[in-house]
Design a protein around this ligand. Sequence first.
Ligand code: NI
Length: 210
Amino acid sequence: MNRSRLIRISIASLFGLVFAALIAAWTISLDQQAQNTARSVGFTAGVNIGGPYTLIDHTGAATTEARFAGQYQLIYFGFTFCPDFCPTELQVFARTLDLLGDQSSNVQPLFITIDPARDTVSQLAQYVGLFHPRLVGLTGSEAQVAQAAKAYKVFFAKAPGSDSENYVMDHSTFSYLMGPDGRLITVFPHGTSAEDMARTIRNAMKAAVP
Ligand code: NI
């Protein structure tokens, strides 16, 4: 790792920490409003995360955010050539679904690439199959991917110094839990266990029952 990459990653991490602090602040306010439903929790968070996108799934089907309306969504942005964070996180997603058992039927895991140049439909199809049969991979044009990433305030950039074919992407490593209304419920920092994710999802589902 060269010096400029280290600096870039440090800056990205700093943004991550600020983001994590914001999330922590929301979570505290969420506890104070425990009577609120998961729906209003997303609303109360008061930060716009998510929104419209148009992408292509790993079967080649055009997909917008509307396809997943009414479901909880676990969303991760990354790239299939990622050597570390992405595969680890997707394994956590798979285990979370397993832990949820029957309740996982209303939870849609999504992997959205931030490297559409290499993550073609067929590349994504092979990749998502390694993790979970219900994992949906999404790609698109550079502009479409940028739009989706912007909606979720995802940082990504080609790591400087890498060559044009064997490059690495720096990217933020949060997982997003979205509610059936498409609003953010919470963000999981990298390193959150499947047990914690499953518990948070169960609590959100419980809170949403009127
Ligand atoms: Ni990654």
